[in-house]
Design a protein. Structure first.
Length: 401
């Protein structure tokens, strides 16, 4: 039996999904025959071979269009062509008894994998990173009451019921997926994502890196990661504008994604001296990069509870920094922060409370250090890779019996 991991993104991409699935494949390869079906790298123009052995994992790449990621039309074309190519490879590669783990992004891909698995007699596990079509409703692409919205919901219900098992990464996700499953006998399990084991907990920010970014002596609110359409960057900018008279408080945005160009242009036009936008840091600087911030930000638009759980949360924990969660109180992030006292929760669109929270946090560094210490312990225990890997191995063995 071969275990397949199927995702549009994989190493050498640096997005959280790519990093997590690369780590999962490497971990499973110690006890399983593991292969990966993926697309071309999205973050570089490198031309990689159609098949290469990376460690103990056979990586097969399907190639589609590679248009600009900054425009919705070209992103949609990329998604369709790459998904179709991966789906065809899945149909040609699966064998009876194989087990395929497919992630929900892009949303077309799991449907093609479900069909391929059914036709070839393979088992299929859906790894829900984002809940569709609900996430499309949040960003305004579809309306649940429209014909397209109703059809999307029916298709999602069909997909969930085709799977031998479904993995959700948060308790808030479970309630949405359960609505689609109804009385279906599919196994629904919650397996959290995990922290990057290579991230060190640095007691103090890296002085050289802070100096390089002009942040020496600042209290830094850091947003680091994908700047997607579901993430609320506008409220952070509003807070920066209100706090412009506090020279020691600084907002740092690091990463890439659909809103990267927007926030870069907004920062340039605003003239705010308390806002910096930076590109991804090399992986060799990850620990130092995460230590720059005094507060690590997770910020979602309203309606995202149950739709997505941010992977950056776990790496903020690993860096020993508290979280500032702009999120609904019943979201997985807010629940974890409140349960373990590892940060602050602010409701979306509540800029007044956000500003007050930042000012309060900046005035109580001892409390921040205590929160950060608890966050690091949480990363080493509940959200360790070893714990999540054990759960995946058990699930694959159960599904494959």
């Amino acid at each position: 039996m071969r275990t397949w991991i199927i995702s549009e993104v994989y190493y050498p991409d640096k997005t959280s999904t790519a990093v997590l699935l690369t780590q999962l494949a490497d971990g499973l390869a110690a006890s399983h025959d593991v292969a990966v079906l993926t697309g071309p790298p999205k973050e570089s123009n490198a031309h990689l071979p159609a098949m290469q052995q990376i460690g103990g994992v056979a990586v097969y790449r399907a190639f589609g269009t590679r248009g600009s990621q900054h425009y919705l039309a070209s992103r949609a074309l990329n998604m369709i062509t790459v998904s179709a190519a991966i789906g065809w490879k899945a149909l040609c590669s699966f064998r009876r008894g194989d087990c395929a783990i497919v992630v929900t992004n892009p949303p077309v891909l799991p449907y093609l994998v479900a069909i391929a698995a059914r036709l070839r007699g393979a088992h299929a596990i859906l790894l829900v990173h984002d809940v569709y079509p609900e996430v499309l409703e949040v960003v305004g692409i579809i309306n649940s009451r429209s014909f397209a919205g109703r059809m999307a919901n029916r298709l999602a219900t069909w997909l969930y019921r085709q799977m031998n098992a479904i993995v959700v990464i948060g308790r808030d996700m479970r309630r949405i997926v359960e609505r689609h499953l109804g009385s279906s006998e599919n196994s629904l399990v919650c397996i959290a994502n995990w922290t990057d084991g290579e991230i060190e907990c640095l007691a103090e920010p890296d002085p050289a890196l802070r100096k390089r970014l002009g942040l020496t002596g600042k209290f830094v609110i850091q947003y680091s990661g994908n700047m997607g359409r579901t993430h609320d960057l506008e409220i952070l900018f509003q807070a920066a504008e209100r706090l412009r008279s506090y020279p020691d408080i600084h907002f740092l945005f690091v990463g890439g994604g659909a809103q990267k160009a927007w926030i870069t242009n907004k920062a340039a036009k605003s003239g705010l001296s308390n806002v910096t936008v930076a590109d991804w840091f090399p992986r060799s600087e990850l620990s130092a990069a995460l230590s720059i911030g005094d507060l690590g930000v997770v910020s979602f638009k309203p309606g995202m509870s149950g739709v997505s759980v941010p992977s950056r949360m776990y790496n903020i924990f690993a860096s020993g920094r508290p979280i500032l969660a702009v999120s609904e109180p019943d979201s997985e992030t807010a629940i974890v922060v409140a349960e373990h006292k590892v940060g602050f929760v602010v409701s979306p669109s509540d800029c007044d409370t956000l500003v007050d929270t930042i000012l309060s946090a900046a005035s109580d560094r001892d409390n921040l250090r205590e929160m950060g210490a608890r966050a690091r312990v949480l990363a080493e225990t509940k959200y360790s890779f070893e714990e999540s890997l054990r759960c995946y191995e058990a699930l694959i063995d159960m599904v494959s019996r």
